[in-house]
Design a protein around this ligand. Structure first.
Ligand SMILES: C[S@@+](CC[C@H](N)C(=O)[O-])C[C@H]1O[C@@H](n2cnc3c(N)ncnc32)[C@H](O)[C@@H]1O
Length: 199
């Protein structure tokens, strides 16, 4: 390779490296912006529940005596951590996760690709029909809970178990709660509408 060809080759390589770096930065920046935008829309950060919190949710759902093939909705399933724990704990159940934010949704899709009892959908869970729900789980934010309570009032069959992590429903009767050791949010079980009516 003569000197001229070699410098042309090096220039081309450097240029390609530069283009690839710019593309990588744009993609990473776009993903970060998308996380912030969807957090702004929902008012809820995409924070995963830890394994202890998932264990508490599972214990409360077991206490509720779900049918083996129950349909469980995970509202705002984020990166899929709770969905995965539920799918392992209730292998016959049908776990339906709904997530609005694209990046967590696609990561959750990837993480659950080998779990046949998981079905994930992207969108706003307020726009979904949950009338076939036999249980509902959620880990959202304090501001979201009153709106979600009203939505579940119009959607769920009386007596449907609902488990909320960390942020609970104000003014609704908690049937059972779990608050294991360590830094984690407590989980509460309700039999919806949980407003003083008998189960
Ligand atoms: C704190 S994360 C919890 C993730 C998951 N449930 C877990 O326990 O690992 C809450 C998620 O709910 C999603 N979310 C909030 N409101 C939503 C809505 N109306 N429709 C769909 N997803 C929503 C957010 O995008 C966020 O990813």
């Amino acid at each position: 390779m003569d000197c001229h060809t070699r410098s042309a080759y090096l220039f081309k390589q450097t240029f390609m490296d530069h283009i690839l770096s710019v593309i990588a930065v744009v993609i990473i920046f776009g993903l970060a912006v998308s996380l912030l935008v969807f957090q702004g829309i929902t008012g809820v950060p995409p924070m995963s529940s830890c394994s202890g919190e998932a264990a508490d949710v599972i214990a409360l759902l077991k206490q509720a005596g779900l049918e083996e093939q129950a349909i469980i909705y995970e509202l705002g399933c984020g990166w899929g951590s709770l969905v995965i724990a539920l799918a392992h704990a209730f292998p016959q159940a049908r776990i339906r996760g709904i997530e609005m934010s694209p990046l967590p949704y696609w990561v959750a899709r990837f993480r659950t690709r080998h779990l046949p009892n998981v079905f994930l959908q992207r969108g706003n869970f307020y726009k979904f029909d949950l009338q076939d729900a036999q249980a509902v789980t959620c880990y959202l934010m304090i501001k979201t809970m009153p709106t979600l309570a009203g939505f579940l009032d119009g959607m769920l069959n009386p007596g449907t178990p609902v488990v909320a992590i960390t942020f609970w429903f104000r003014g609704r009767d908690v049937t059972a709660e779990r608050n294991g050791p360590g830094l984690r949010g407590a989980a509460a079980l309700y039999y919806w509408p949980a407003n003083g009516d008998a189960r």
